[in-house]
Write a protein that binds this ligand. Structure first.
Ligand SMILES: NC(=O)c1ccc[n+]([C@@H]2O[C@H](COP(=O)([O-])OP(=O)(O)OC[C@H]3O[C@@H](n4cnc5c(N)ncnc54)[C@H](O)[C@@H]3O)[C@@H](O)[C@H]2O)c1
Length: 305
């Protein structure tokens, strides 16, 4: 397939573009930041450029991962988020369905962050009695910042385009996979590696797994029509664990992984005292046929060996 990948110079793009090429796809990268994986240096906010990109390369599929995201909240205006994440997404969708387009499927990278309201977030600061169990059914959604608001609007543009024009569109609400140190309260005295290892229990996946989810979505889009999926590691927890996770997360983790304290102790690592949410990726496993390869259990096994 001839695939347009937006955000090709970014962290996900660096893994996703080579992954698609290994499958024999012709990939055209589009990003305002130059890189060896980016053929078109430009912005999705430029409608004429988006149109030319699709027509000139005979694009058949779009993977739309380019965005202003959470770190950009500090550096960009809210109107920049609207221009890139909303108008830019609309440009891609409308050019994908315009006369003369050969695009027959569309995958958008969204974020689990848009499901986190101020209330869910407050659980982390000691207000909640139970961890939030988060599925695609969670409603009403009240994203807490401009990143989540614009991604949520972009998701609705995807749904609307499917309803109006029948274009198959799959939205992937990906959990964390950024490589940087955590900026959150959890990080307290833990190393970045320790924090990331803990997060594999409920919210973080590897960038390789995230790229693989996009490959699965691309293949399944025509069968799915429109759908959205949480992409996160397979959590060992169940809803029955939610109270325990808030009050004493290490005790809950020990029930599933009795040897974890020993493995952690050898590295001087600790578990979070409290876990405020669990992303449930069951729908992706059942309907998309995708599950992350690396979760907490695999990480522990790798440390042991
Ligand atoms: N990294 C995470 O933990 C995480 C979590 C959830 C969702 N996401 C989503 O995954 C996608 C990829 O994120 P990433 O971690 O690779 O971030 P990244 O910042 O490394 O990559 C995003 C890319 O988008 C590009 N971009 C910015 N403005 C653009 C525009 N106007 N037109 C085209 N491209 C533009 C950037 O230049 C960058 O290369 C984003 O949509 C992000 O919202 C990331």
């Amino acid at each position: 397939m001839r695939i347009l990948v937006t955000g090709s110079s970014g962290w996900l793009g660096q893994t996703l573009v080579p992954r698609l090429r290994r499958d024999g796809h012709q990939v055209v990268g589009l990003d305002p930041v130059p890189s060896p994986l980016t053929e078109i240096v430009g912005t999705i906010a430029d409608r004429a450029m988006v149109r030319a990109a699709m027509r000139d390369f005979g694009i058949e599929a779009v993977i739309h991962s380019g965005a202003l995201h959470k770190p950009n909240i500090e550096t960009h205006e809210r109107s920049d988020f609207v221009a890139v994440n909303i108008q830019g997404t609309l440009n891609l969708l409308e050019e994908a369905v315009a006369a003369g387009s050969t695009v027959n499927r569309f995958v958008m990278t969204s974020t689990t962050s848009l499901m986190i309201s101020k209330t869910v977030r407050a659980g982390r600061d000691g207000g909640a009695e139970r961890a939030a169990w988060i599925t695609e059914e969670l409603a009403p959604l009240q994203p807490r910042n401009i990143y989540g608001v614009t991604k949520y609007a972009a998701e609705h543009l995807c749904r609307l385009t499917h309803e109006l024009h029948g274009l198959p569109v799959v939205v992937l609400r990906t959990g964390r996979f950024f490589p940087e140190e955590d900026d959150m309260a959890h990080a307290i005295s833990q190393s970045g590696e320790n924090t990331k290892a803990n997060e594999l229990l409920f919210r973080r996946a590897t960038v390789e797994d995230m790229a693989e989810a996009h490959v699965a979505a691309l293949a399944k889009a025509p069968d799915l029509g429109f759908d959205n999926f949480i992409i996160a590691p397979r959590t060992p927890f169940t809803r029955a664990d939610c109270a325990g996770l808030i009050h004493d997360a290490p005790a809950v983790v020990r029930r599933y992984f009795p040897h974890y304290p020993e493995i952690y102790a050898r590295r001087g690592w600790t578990m979070f005292q409290s876990i405020d949410r669990v992303y449930d990726a069951t729908k992706a496993a059942e309907r998309l046929g995708f599950a992350c390869r690396t979760g907490f259990g695999e990480m522990l096994a790798a440390l042991e060996s």
